[in-house]
Design a protein around this ligand. Structure first.
Ligand SMILES: Cc1cc2nc3c(=O)[nH]c(=O)nc-3n(C[C@H](O)[C@H](O)[C@H](O)COP(=O)(O)OP(=O)(O)OC[C@H]3O[C@@H](n4cnc5c(N)ncnc54)[C@H](O)[C@@H]3O)c2cc1C
Length: 367
């Protein structure tokens, strides 16, 4: 059944399910964002709307999207389709030094721009103590200015529509898993599934970030009570908890201090490794100088191989002894969501009972 802005409001925004991805913002003059909240300012009346179709919390069939991206459903129910799994990092010390971990994302984004294949990369910019915002980067310097993780839900994908309005057509994006899903839904619309207004472009490169959850804007108000936000340099959330760097040094809090700020929608998300991306990048939870790099599509593999050949990134095989830890963390999140589905949660996911049972039956053997 076709759905539009009314359902976006009723099923997503009013249920606090919005991921703040930003994809519907900028497609429609009646949807706005402020302080990482998305709101409908006027119901346009369309009963079948692209705003609902691109929403990662609108009805979502991950198998169908996997067929769109990879030509087939995923054979790996835990990590999703992939052709390579590595540790990687930027070779340029300046890029690695400013990156969240090994700077792989910034190195790949810069390389893609330098190659001339892309006109811009849509990124997320901000100072650690304040909510971030979308940024359309057209040079390596601008990519570097966006380095580092901002652990809240920046509406970055709104930047894609801004770039299109500026006349660009060959645009890459870096986003959280929900944003990657939205990017792939937009790709479907641009390929002809759209209604009324067919988007004139879809992301030409999709770099996904690992993400188990993002924080609500209340986090920044809380942080401002702990430290001077103007002095916040970088923020990290390793397994031990929150780490905030200021000019005074590193301040630490247990993860329970920020748990109340986790966006409720993140607890209904089964995708922590951006399964629909061209490449996905995360931490190693082991060596902060490196990233985990998952290569998924032919386009992703081509970019990674070219970047490696050009000496922009270095790679080594993913350590087999780390594999069970990664797979277990990802599987446990999926299983939590599948169990919650029995109580009516995550109803946006089109997941047959047989698929749910299959996920619940999976186990990861110890390494
Ligand atoms: C909200 C959030 C939660 C995360 N949770 C995990 C996790 O649980 N486990 C894990 O292994 N990794 C997680 N990551 C990914 C990790 O923090 C790094 O982004 C990733 O490892 C890439 O590192 P890098 O050194 O290559 O990054 P860099 O080279 O510094 O590049 C980082 C890129 O991320 C983009 N970015 C920053 N903040 C956001 C944001 N809020 N939304 C969209 N894009 C953004 C920037 O534009 C930049 O291009 C998370 C990231 C975010 C944003």
């Amino acid at each position: 059944m076709p759905k539009g802005i009314r359902e976006l409001q009723a099923e997503v925004l009013e249920q606090d399910l919005c991921t703040g991805c930003g994809m519907c913002v900028g497609m429609c003059p009646y949807i706005k964002t402020a302080a990482e909240r998305v709101a409908v300012i006027h119901p346009c009346g369309l009963t079948d709307g692209n705003c609902y179709r691109v929403c990662p919390r609108g009805e979502t069939d991950m198998d169908r999207l996997a067929r769109q991206v990879f030509g087939a459903e995923s054979q790996d129910l835990i990590l999703g389709t992939h052709t390579g799994l590595f540790f990687a990092r930027a070779t340029d010390g300046r890029v690695a030094g400013r990156g969240q971990y090994g700077g792989t994302v910034s190195a790949l984004a810069t390389f893609a721009l330098d190659q001339g294949n892309l006109e811009a990369m849509v990124l997320t910019k901000g100072k650690g103590g304040y909510p971030p915002s979308p940024f359309v980067a057209r040079s390596g310097e601008e990519v570097l200015a966006c380095s580092g993780s901002k652990y809240s839900a920046s509406p970055t994908m709104a930047g894609f529509h801004q770039a299109v309005r500026e006349g660009l057509r060959c645009i890459g994006v870096v986003g959280r898993p929900c944003q990657v899903t939205a990017a792939r839904k937009l790709e479907g619309l641009a390929a002809g599934e759209g209604v009324a207004h067919i988007p004139p472009a879809a992301p030409a490169l999709v770099i996904g970030l690992f993400c188990f959850w993002a924080l609500a804007p209340g986090f920044y108000r809380w942080l401002a009570e702990q430290v001077d936000p103007r002095q916040v340099g970088s923020v990290d959330i390793p397994v031990e908890g929150l780490e905030v760097r200021t000019i005074d040094g590193i301040h630490r809090w247990p993860v329970d201090a920020i748990r109340p700020f986790i966006r409720p929608t993140c607890l209904q998300c089964m995708d922590s490794t951006a399964e629909l991306a061209d490449v996905s990048v995360g931490s190693t939870e082991y060596d902060p100088a490196w990233n985990t790099l998952v290569v998924r599509t032919a386009r992703g593999m081509e970019l990674v191989e070219q970047a490696q050949r050009a000496g922009v990134i270095e790679m080594k095989p993913y350590p087999p002894e780390r594999m069970p830890l990664l797979r277990r963390a990802v599987l446990q999140k999926k299983q939590r969501v599948v169990r919650a589905m029995a109580e009516g949660q995550a109803a946006y996911l089109r997941l047959e009972q047989a698929q749910r049972d299959q996920i619940l039956a999976l186990e990861v053997q110890a390494g």
